[in-house]
Structures are given as structure tokens and as C-alpha cells.
Design a protein around this ligand. Sequence first.
Ligand SMILES: CCCCC/C=C\C/C=C\C/C=C\C/C=C\CCCC(=O)SCCNC(=O)CCNC(=O)[C@H](O)C(C)(C)COP(=O)(O)OP(=O)(O)OC[C@H]1O[C@@H](n2cnc3c(N)ncnc32)[C@H](O)[C@@H]1OP(=O)(O)O
Length: 211
Amino acid sequence: MNAMPDERPRLDAEEAATLAGLAARVRELTEAAVLTGVDAAEAAAVADEVAALTARLGAERREFPPFAASPDGVRMDRQLANPVTGPLNPLAPPIELEVTSDGIVRGEFTLGPVYEGPPSYVHGGVSAMVLDQVLGMAAAATGTPGMTATLELRYRRPTPLGVPLLAEAKASRVEGRKVFASGTIAAPDGRVTVEATALFVMPQRFVTSQY
Ligand SMILES: CCCCC/C=C\C/C=C\C/C=C\C/C=C\CCCC(=O)SCCNC(=O)CCNC(=O)[C@H](O)C(C)(C)COP(=O)(O)OP(=O)(O)OC[C@H]1O[C@@H](n2cnc3c(N)ncnc32)[C@H](O)[C@@H]1OP(=O)(O)O
């Protein structure tokens, strides 16, 4: 695993934009598949067409998703297929996260019906995935990126689908390879729906590698 990142293909901005467009269309397809009201014969016909498109894309296949090239073309810059933020991943909402100069990670996002858990609310596992990413980025912003060792969630109230949500996180302390972080998801009225605290640990084996 420690050698993996540098073996990945890197895409330049133009290639990445084209594949992000493909992922956006597949996201629309996913929502259409979940919400469609067409009859069974039409759904079966569409399934055949989708299978043909999948075969076209699969004609050439990479072993792992690509990374974005950093300006120097060497270091890994961004995981383009991350399931939370990755523009190339149709499973990702995707959420754009900014890191402020004081280390706060923040992103506004809306989750549609494909992320439903309880009727009309966001699935709790999806909220957990979002917060794992946001807190993980806050940990990485300290200069010590790490793997999630613990992630504790408090679901204060249901998180609504289809409205703008705000995720925020910040690291609270760094102890050697360990970084503690906390964060929240808030509804449009500003009320917090989910709180999270986490510990990220930079694996001993990565201490000298360049991420
Ligand atoms: C350099 C890069 C490192 C890789 C980081 C990966 C991604 C970072 C890249 C970019 C960052 C940007 C954004 C981040 C975005 C998203 C975050 C999502 C991340 C994930 O989705 S990640 C998947 C789920 N995650 C796992 O799959 C972890 C499986 N696990 C392990 O890989 C090991 O288990 C590990 C590495 C956790 C520790 O292993 P290790 O051998 O390096 O460290 P060791 O055991 O020596 O512990 C050292 C000190 O941490 C304490 N400690 C350890 N584990 C603890 C625990 N669970 N609870 C409480 N304390 C714990 C010890 O008690 C000791 O503390 P003390 O020093 O005080 O005694």
C-alpha cells in the first residue's frame, strides 16, 4: 500500500474535466434509475443500452482510479475518485471542500434521493462518510495526514434531503502521529444535525513517504 500512490496514472486538467462530465451524466442516470416511473419493458430496453455503454467504457480498464497531477507532476495532488469529493466518481455527491488559512475545512452540499435512509432524510452512514472525509481533511491540514482510527458520531436530529447542508471540521490537537478533529453537519436553519469527533493516525510505515 505504501508504494501504491506513485504508481497511479495522473490526469491533466483537460482529461479530468472530460471524465468529470462523464461521472456527472452517470449521477443523473443513477437518480433517474431510482426515481423512474417508466414501464418494465422500457426499463429493460434502457438496461440493455446501459450494458452496451458499460462495455464501451470497459474496453480499456485501469487497475485503480487515477489521481490528479500536482503542478510538478510528481506528488499525488487529489484523489479524483474519492467517494465524497471525487468529481470522477458517480457515487460521490461530489462535495467541494475548501480549507481556510486557519485550518477549517468547510463545504456546502445537497444530498438527493439516492442518499435516503429514513423517509426524506439522509442515511446515517452517508453522514458518517461525509464527516470522515471532512474531519480527515482537517487532520491533513495540520501537515499530518492519517488513517481514521476512531470516528464517533452523535445524530442530534434528522438530516434533511434536498436542501443545502454545511459540513465543517477543524483539528483540535496533534500529538506526534495522532491528530484529533471534530466537526458537524448543519441544516439550512443553522441547527446542527450531526456532530463528530475522530482520531487520525499517520501509519508508522508512511512517516517518511511523500503524500
Ligand atoms: C502519510 C499518509 C497516511 C495515509 C493517510 C491516508 C489518507 C490521507 C491522504 C490525504 C488526506 C486527506 C484527506 C483525508 C480524507 C479522508 C479520511 C478518510 C480516511 C479513511 O477512510 S482511512 C480508512 C479507515 N481506517 C483504517 O482502515 C485504519 C486501519 N488501521 C490502521 O491502519 C492502523 O491501526 C493505524 C494506522 C490506525 C495505526 O497503526 P500504526 O501501526 O501506524 O500505529 P500504532 O498502532 O503504533 O498507534 C500509534 C498511536 O495511535 C494510537 N491508536 C492507534 N489506533 C488507535 C485507535 N483505533 N484508537 C485509539 N488510539 C489508537 C495508539 O494507541 C498509539 O498511541 P500512543 O503513541 O499514544 O501509544
